[in-house]
Design a binder for this molecule. Sequence first.
Ligand SMILES: [Mg+2]
Ligand SMILES: [Zn+2]
Length: 175
Amino acid sequence: MKAVFLDRDGTIINDPNDLRVKSESDLNLFADTIESLRLLSDNGFAIIIITNQAGIAEGLITKDDYLRINDAFVQMLKPSGATILKTYMCPHGESDDCECRKPKPKMILDAAKDFDVDLKSAFMVGDRPSDIAAGIAAGTRTVMVKTANTYVPAPNAEHTADTLLDAAKYIIANT
Ligand SMILES: [Mg+2]
Ligand SMILES: [Zn+2]
């Protein structure tokens, strides 16, 4: 399976104040999100979402809220025609020291096992250094996008792109 692992908040959806998505109305795609996913899909990549949702640990949202919001999120991506294989989510906070929270690679490794993804040729794309670290720890290629509210460079990323669309173009041109 040819796949791209994508972070959600700040990468696929705009999260300008790092407020965390608390309801469906907080789900705002970037202007180029649909086009980016369509481009990846047209070039044979399936999409797997890898997201930390510490808002659950902090009590901002419940797990049920998250599941409902995730359904709406996946629906919003439908116009792209992309296959969203699954959303992997860590509900823990930083202090929980769990096994799944990025920068740990477990969610990516689980997804690779579930969908028989070749990690060496897969990409992890995200807006934070912890996304890049998770990709590297899992053995994927990595692309950083500069779409976070506060951009912190990840010098160890294979490539840094201004936007998700630029990331998609890089992936296609370099595969
Ligand atoms: Mg993010
Ligand atoms: Zn976790």
